[in-house]
Structure formats: structure tokens, C-alpha cells
Design a protein around this ligand. Structure first.
Ligand code: ARG
Length: 357
């Protein structure tokens, strides 16, 4: 492979950090699973609108290609080569904010997990992926109480059920082009599936971008309830399935954006006024390290002034800090939305006064 020609408008962290010197240094290296630089960067090369553009094939990729991954990790999370990740799952440390009524529609917190001593999804074999499905679904079927539910394999699931689950934001979409070019959709739908409890407030996706996506969600803004359900589930699953973890990088994930806590804490929030003032909206999200997504997930548009807002950083901060960052930022967004509402009100009253006098 020769040094790729990046399009001039390319803004991904891959384009930004992969110099020709770095490329020459890494191009002939591979991990014990045979994962190469070419595979790590393929998604970013095929999708020139990528934000990041790289995926790991195994935990070792983060060492073998460290000169590239570390630059991307530092740029995204502000976490340097000498930093170490720490965890904190103690809910008592959370300074809970009760959001004002009427803005936050739902809350969802997820973590990504991968199975220890297995290649990640982009380098895994069909047999290994199936083995994970069997082991993890067996473990999930032992969950009790609020977490008790059923596993549905994607293989053999009818299109109608699939579409219903996607529409309700329960199931992952297929055919994601970023995952496709990372080799993460190979052998689709084999080994993929979804577990959910009876209330559909606790879900686990199997063998999507990460081998497990453990998700807690419900209507409204009760962040503590959502978070505590997730932590209890994560701990129970981990007693049966050992997860890939690095002393330096925390939980190992396919995409470097998810390292560390691998946690994305999000709300769906209605901000009709703030969304007319994108500059102000973005200034607040930047201050609190928040990411704005559309309501149907990543790479989708907002509908009716409703946005998906989540923490941007996941590595080098604890789980508590990740959730706190989201809550503090959402509180600031609601304040700004209320002020804009008030101003609109005052302005329309002024207009009325003017007309009647
Ligand atoms: N690879 C895609 C990109 O570079 C997604 C990156 C972050 N999202 C994710 N689901 N890992 O834009």
C-alpha cells in the first residue's frame, strides 16, 4: 500500500494525523491476529466525511499502531500517552440535577464492552463471533428481577419486528457504511442480536460495533435511575463474561472515541428556540464537552427541534464525571432555552403594547 491521497476537504482525525512519515513507519506492522494499518484506516479512506476514520482490530492495535492512535486519542479525549484511566461507579458521588419539566423527553446511557482475549469485531472470525453470541446470551438469560428478559437473534428475525425495534430506538441499524468499511458488518446477520428486559428499559446489543453494548433507557429525565440500573447490570454481566480492559486505556473498544468508560450518557431534549440560535447552542455544548446528534442516532438529522445530547469525552474521566458533564450541560441548555422563550414572550408583548397604544 502507498500513502493515501486524502481529498483536500478531508477533516477526519485520520487525515489530520497520518503523515507520510508515520504511514511509512507503520505500514508493514501487524498485530498477532494479523490486523494491519491498512485495515485500521480503511473506513476513514472510504468515507471521506469521517470524523475519526480509524478502528482497532484488537486490544493490541492500540500498542502496535500507538503512534497514530495516541494522536487521535489525545485530540479527541484530551488524554495523553502518559495519562492513565480511572473508573468510579459510585452513584453517591453524582450531583443529581432535576431537569425542569417539559424539555427532556428520554434518557439513555450505554457502555460498550468487548470480550477479553477475543479479537474485536473488525478482525473476528465467524466462529468466534458465534461463540460470543452463545456465551453472552446464555449469561444474559440468567439475569433476574428488573433485568430479566429475552434474547432475540437477528438471524431469522422478521423484517417487521426488526423495523419496529429500530423505529423505537431499540435495535441498531444495519448497513452502516462506516462499520461496513471497517469490516464490522462481515457475516451479517450471524451472531448479532438484542436482549431486552420486559419493560424495554434495559437492552444489550450483541456484535454490533462492539461485542456488547449495554444500554439502560427510559422516558423522562431520571438520570440516576437510568445510571444505577446500568451499573447493576454491567457488574452482573462482568461476573460471567470477562471484558477486555487496559490499565492505561480502560475498557477496550473498536473505535477510539469509546475507550475508557466506553460510556455515552444522553438525553433526547426539545430545544425549539435554541436550535434557531445555533451559535449559542454550540457554544454551550463546547463548554460542557457535549455532542449534538439527531434523534435517530449518529449521522442523522434533528427533527422538530429535538436533539440527542451526550457527553463527548469518555476516556480519562470517570463514569460519574461523564454522566455529570452531560447533566450539567443539559441544565445549561435548558436555562438558555428558557431565557430565549422569555425574550420571545417579552418581545411579542412589546409588539402588542405598541399596537394597542
Ligand atoms: N468512524 C466514524 C467516523 O469516523 C464514527 C466515529 C465515532 N462513532 C462511532 N460510532 N464510533 O466518523
Amino acid at each position: 500500500m502507498t500513502y493515501p491521497e486524502f481529498p483536500p476537504n478531508c477533516t477526519s482525525l485520520l487525515c489530520k494525523h497520518l503523515s507520510s512519515e508515520l504511514f511509512e513507519m507503520l505500514k508493514n506492522k501487524s498485530t498477532a491476529n494479523g490486523f494491519t494499518l491498512e485495515q485500521a484506516i480503511n473506513s476513514g479512506l472510504e468515507n471521506s466525511d469521517s470524523e475519526i476514520g480509524v478502528y482497532a482490530g484488537d486490544a493490541e492495535s492500540y500498542d502496535i499502531f500507538a503512534e497514530l492512535f495516541d494522536k487521535i486519542i489525545e485530540d479527541y479525549h484530551g488524554f495523553s500517552h502518559n495519562d492513565r484511566h480511572h473508573s468510579n461507579l459510585n452513584f453517591n458521588d453524582l450531583k443529581v440535577k432535576d431537569f425542569d419539566e417539559g424539555y427532556v423527553l428520554s434518557t439513555r446511557i450505554r457502555v460498550g464492552r468487548n470480550v477479553k482475549n477475543m479479537p474485536l469485531g473488525s478482525a473476528i472470525s465467524k466462529a468466534q463471533r458465534n461463540e460470543i453470541e452463545t456465551k453472552v446470551s446464555t449469561a444474559l438469560n440468567t439475569l433476574e428481577g428488573e433485568l430479566e428478559g429475552e434474547y432475540h437473534s437477528l438471524l431469522g428475525m422478521s423484517k417487521e419486528i426488526q423495523e419496529r425495534l429500530i423505529e423505537a430506538h431499540f435495535l441498531f441499524k444495519d448497513g452502516d457504511r462506516f462499520l461496513e468499511h471497517a469490516g464490522l458488518n462481515r457475516d451479517w446477520p450471524h451472531g448479532r442480536g438484542i436482549y431486552h428486559n420486559h419493560d424495554k428499559t434495559f437492552l444489550v446489543w450483541l456484535n454490533e460495533e462492539d461485542q456488547l453494548r449495554i444500554i439502560s433507557m427510559q422516558q423522562g429525565g431520571e438520570v440516576l435511575e437510568v445510571f444505577s440500573r446500568l451499573v447493576i447490570a454491567m457488574k452482573q454481566i462482568e461476573t460471567q463474561i470477562p471484558f477486555a480492559y487496559s490499565e492505561r486505556l480502560g475498557y477496550i473498544s473498536s473505535c477510539p472515541t469509546n475507550l475508557g468508560t466506553a460510556m455515552r450518557a444522553s438525553v433526547h431534549i426539545k430545544l425549539p428556540n435554541l436550535s434557531q440560535n445555533m451559535e449559542q447552542f454550540k457554544a454551550i455544548t463546547q463548554k460542557y464537552f457535549l455532542q449534538i446528534r439527531g434523534v435517530d442516532g449518529e449521522h442523522t438529522q434533528s427533527k422538530e427541534g429535538i436533539f440527542d445530547i451526550s457527553n463527548y469525552r469518555r476516556l480519562g474521566i470517570t463514569e460519574i464525571e461523564a454522566v455529570q458533564e452531560m447533566m450539567d450541560g443539559v441544565t445549561a441548555l435548558i436555562e438558555a432555552e428558557k431565557n430565549l422563550e422569555l425574550m420571545k414572550h417579552v418581545e411579542s408583548n412589546l409588539d402588542n403594547d405598541y399596537l394597542t397604544h
